[in-house]
Structures are given as structure tokens and as C-alpha cells.
Design a protein. Structure first.
Length: 352
């Protein structure tokens, strides 16, 4: 690397200017927004909003500029991240070399590097990168548990290499005590059927520190006006339709024998399942639509297979079977009696 920089001194000089100290970066961001270095978060936010109104490319003012707007936006994001970390007690080394704000990679490019890991096309590298991250996370969790099990009550957790910037100290003994109490409470069922279970969070929740103020306000306006994303509504409709269909099939299952069914009962069962062919078609149609708009890949649904659902209900030991089907009430006798009564009253009415 240094040999290449020696051959190309101008390129090496440009690369050195792409990084500055963190303290200098914060001063530069404050200068761009026109605030003091000691300004609080609200002051920075107000200054950012006033500048955006002037420099936005669509503002129509003489100060409008796409480059200036991007510079102001990046400066605001850097300071917002600083305030968010300070609220959690995280204070980073201000002498550390960080990329300059003018040379920050665009948002869509940072996902193509994958820290230099993996081989192949971008999709293959992304999959390999996720596997490596999962393995490293598992190793850290295992090491943390081993260190806790080997520590005594008075041992203080040392700052690790990965989270060395966190100014937080936790005693292993107290950590173990809390975990024991939580596990005992869970085994007793203290967390079951809580009063607020399944209800939305209160409005007193704190703001996401990684979310800019404008997006936070937009989300709050949508939530206050009862807006719900379409994929959430589709997910609810799919689950309700599936539960309703399964409950109807289970009600019919009780009138059949044990699995496997004999030939006659199997034919009757297949004829009964045909009644849900249209319902399954509509559910799969909603699933296809849902899978196209859901923002999280892990939340996607598999298409419904009616035969698999029917077979699973037949094999379910919790569903009763071998019950007699209730006999339908004969309507002929009631119709005859009603007809006789009507003839009798008509005969009496003919005399008057």
C-alpha cells in the first residue's frame, strides 16, 4: 500500500485528505449548520430545518443547490448520531481518524463492500457476509457466557475489544442474579396474560436515535391519523382467513375415524375439502400480494396447500374423532301438521 502511494504521491495526498479527526469533523459540521460547537440537539435541529428550506433544490431560492443540500444533510446526520450516542453514555475518541464528510460513500454503496469478505457476485458475497456475521455474533455470545460463569461476585466486566468505546461497567454477579430472577418469574408464569400484552406502545416512547427528525414526525402523523401499512392489514387478513378455515375443517374432523381413514371416509373427506378450494385460492392470492410488498424478507408467507392442511388436521391427536353426526330433524311431520292446521282454520273460516 505504501509503495503504491510512493509511486503516486498525488493520489496518496488525496487519500490522506479524505480522513480527518473526529473532533475536527464535529467542528466542521457545526460550521456547515452555522451553530456553536456547544449547541444542543434542539438548536442543531432548528438550524438544519432553516437551512434546508433555503438550500433544497426545489425551494426556488437563489441559495438552492443539490451539493449544498447534501452537505447540510450529512452534517446533520453526523451530529444526530453523536447526540444519540452521548445520551446512551457512549463517548468516542475525538482523535480518531474518520472519513471526511465530503468523501462519505453514498448510502447505496456501503452495502456493496461487505468489509471485503466473500467471493463471487454481490448476491453470493452478501450471503457469505451474513453467515460470517452470524458466526462472529455466536462466538461473542459464547465467550460472554463463559466469562460470566468463571467470574466471581466482585468481578467487574472489562471493556471488550468490540465494545471498547462503551463507558458502561456491569458486575457479573448482579447480572447473573437478575437473569436468575427473570428465569424464575418466567417458569412461574408471571409474564403470562399481562394487562398490556398485545397493545401498542404508549406515546411516551423515546425517539429512535438513528431516525432523523423529519421522518420521525412523518411517522408520528401517520400513526396519529390511524394509518396502517397495507402489508400489515394483509397479514392480519391472511391469518384470520387461515384460522377460520382450519376451525371449520376441525369441526368436520370429529365425525371421522382415526387416521388413516378407510376408503369410504377418505372419499367423503376429499369431497368435504373441495368446499374450501375457492377460499384457498383467495388466500394464496393475498399471500402473493403480501410477499411482494412486505419490507422484511423473513416475514413472507408460503402458499397454502389444502391437502397438507387437511392431512395435518387428520393426524392431530388433540382433535377428537369417532363422534356421531347429529341427525337432521324431519321436516315432513312438521309440514304435515302445519298443513293440517291451516286446512282446519280455513274450513272454520268458510262458515263465517
Amino acid at each position: 500500500m505504501f509503495a503504491k502511494l510512493a509511486l503516486f504521491p498525488r493520489m496518496g495526498q488525496q487519500l490522506r485528505h479524505m480522513h480527518i479527526k473526529r473532533a475536527e469533523l464535529y467542528r466542521k459540521c457545526c460550521f456547515i449548520l452555522g451553530v456553536e460547537e456547544t449547541a444542543d440537539q434542539n438548536t442543531v435541529r432548528r438550524a438544519y430545518i432553516e437551512l434546508v428550506k433555503k438550500v433544497h433544490p426545489d425551494s426556488g431560492l437563489p441559495e438552492a443547490s443539490a451539493e449544498r443540500f447534501q452537505e447540510v444533510d450529512e452534517a446533520f446526520k453526523v451530529l444526530q448520531e453523536k447526540f444519540a450516542k452521548n445520551r446512551r453514555g457512549i463517548y468516542e475518541d475525538e482523535e480518531e481518524e474518520v472519513p471526511d464528510i465530503r468523501h462519505t460513500a453514498p448510502q447505496h454503496r456501503q452495502y456493496l463492500t461487505f468489509d471485503g469478505l466473500g467471493v463471487g457476485n454481490p448476491f453470493q458475497r452478501q450471503k457469505q457476509y451474513q453467515q460470517i456475521k452470524a458466526m462472529k455474533a455466536q462466538e461473542r455470545v459464547l465467550k460472554h457466557r463463559i466469562d460470566k460463569s468463571q467470574a466471581d461476585e466482585k468481578t467487574v466486566m472489562k471493556k471488550g475489544t468490540f465494545f471498547k468505546k462503551h463507558a458502561i461497567k456491569t458486575k457479573y454477579g448482579f447480572d447473573r442474579l437478575v437473569e436468575d430472577y427473570i428465569q424464575e418469574a418466567m417458569s412461574r408464569g408471571d409474564f403470562n396474560n399481562l394487562s398490556c400484552a398485545g397493545k401498542p406502545l404508549t406515546q411516551a416512547q423515546t425517539q429512535n436515535p438513528y431516525l432523523d427528525f423529519t421522518t420521525h414526525k412523518l411517522n408520528k402523523i401517520l400513526i396519529d391519523n390511524g394509518f396502517t401499512p397495507e402489508w400489515i392489514m394483509l397479514q392480519r387478513d391472511i391469518r384470520e382467513a387461515l384460522d377460520d378455515m382450519k376451525s371449520k375443517i376441525k369441526k368436520e374432523r370429529i365425525y371421522y375415524g382415526e387416521y388413516p381413514l378407510n376408503e369410504m371416509e377418505e372419499n367423503q373427506w376429499q369431497e368435504f375439502l373441495k368446499n374450501f378450494a375457492y377460499d384457498v385460492k383467495q388466500i394464496n392470492k393475498n399471500i402473493d400480494k403480501y410477499n411482494l410488498i412486505v419490507p422484511i424478507f423473513d416475514h413472507q408467507f408460503f402458499r397454502v396447500n389444502l391437502q397438507r392442511i387437511g392431512e395435518a388436521i387428520l393426524k392431530d391427536p388433540s382433535v377428537p374423532c369417532n363422534q356421531k353426526r347429529p341427525q337432521a330433524r324431519p321436516e315432513s311431520a312438521s309440514n304435515t301438521s302445519n298443513h293440517g292446521k291451516s286446512d282446519f282454520f280455513s274450513f272454520i273460516g268458510s262458515w263465517f
